[in-house]
Design a protein around this ligand. Structure first.
Ligand code: DC
Length: 226
């Protein structure tokens, strides 16, 4: 399976890592700097989760989750993209649960690979951020980064982000949720969160967003030969 320049001419950057590691912000800045399309793949799992919740479904109802994932359209994704509930802690937890379901992952895999091969707007490349981009979705990506940070640092970041959106939650609760999510994302049988063998590890615990961006861009430019 080729997802990179060898097949379509599209360059692919894979950015993986756990929740609140800084990968989302980084992916956005890298895509803007390179003029590439951006796909936040966590938003796809969150869209499935939020749709399930709004239908009054049980988060463990895998049949309903697969049905939602299989029928997901770009319009559904766009419709929920600015919804504040998409980014809530509860949606994140349910997204982590539905993301362990094989049928959900299979349905979303096609969508992600198609985006990588044919970035919208005819852009020359795509940045995908998630958990399994470098290992499963785009194993032939031109550059792979695995962004990490200490769990206590990530919990603080997430708490500040949630508070900024008027969703106050105690640090202890955020930390507990994050540890549960890390555990589920790394231990699931299908496409667990782990760095690809050829990924460059970037620990952002003690770095500012600008430092992370500078280091990442330099690594990526080296890999792209630009
Ligand atoms: O990055 P995020 O917090 O928006 O992701 C929400 C959940 O979706 C995360 O806990 C695990 C799942 N996910 C996944 O399994 N694979 C991806 N490529 C992206 C997200």
């Amino acid at each position: 399976m080729k997802t990179n320049a060898a097949e379509t001419g599209s360059r692919v950057i894979a950015i993986d890592g756990p929740a609140a590691s800084g990968k989302g912000t980084l992916a956005r800045r890298i895509a803007a700097a390179l003029g590439y399309a951006l796909l936040d793949t966590g938003a796809l799992y969150r869209t499935v989760a939020l749709t399930l919740l709004r239908q009054g479904g049980n988060p463990d109802d895998s049949v309903a989750a697969v049905r939602i994932a299989e029928s997901l359209t770009s319009a559904d994704i766009a419709a929920l993209s600015g919804d504040p509930d998409l980014r809530s802690d509860q949606t994140g937890m349910v997204a982590s649960r539905v993301s362990a379901i094989e049928g959900v992952r299979a349905a979303l895999l096609t969508l992600q690979r198609s985006f990588a091969r044919h970035p919208p707007g005819g852009l020359p490349g795509a940045v995908l951020d998630g958990r399994d981009i470098g290992t499963v979705i785009c194993p032939d990506a031109d550059a792979k980064l695995f962004v990490t940070a200490d769990v206590a640092v990530r919990a603080q970041r997430r708490q500040a982000e949630l508070a900024g959106r008027g969703d106050p939650i105690s640090l202890d609760d955020v930390l507990a949720d994050m540890q549960a999510r890390d555990e589920r994302d790394t231990r699931r049988d299908i496409a667990p969160l782990r760095p690809a063998d050829d990924a460059v590890l970037l620990d952002t615990s003690a770095l500012t967003a600008d430092q992370v961006f500078d280091q990442a861009l330099s690594i990526i430019r080296t890999r792209l030969g630009t």
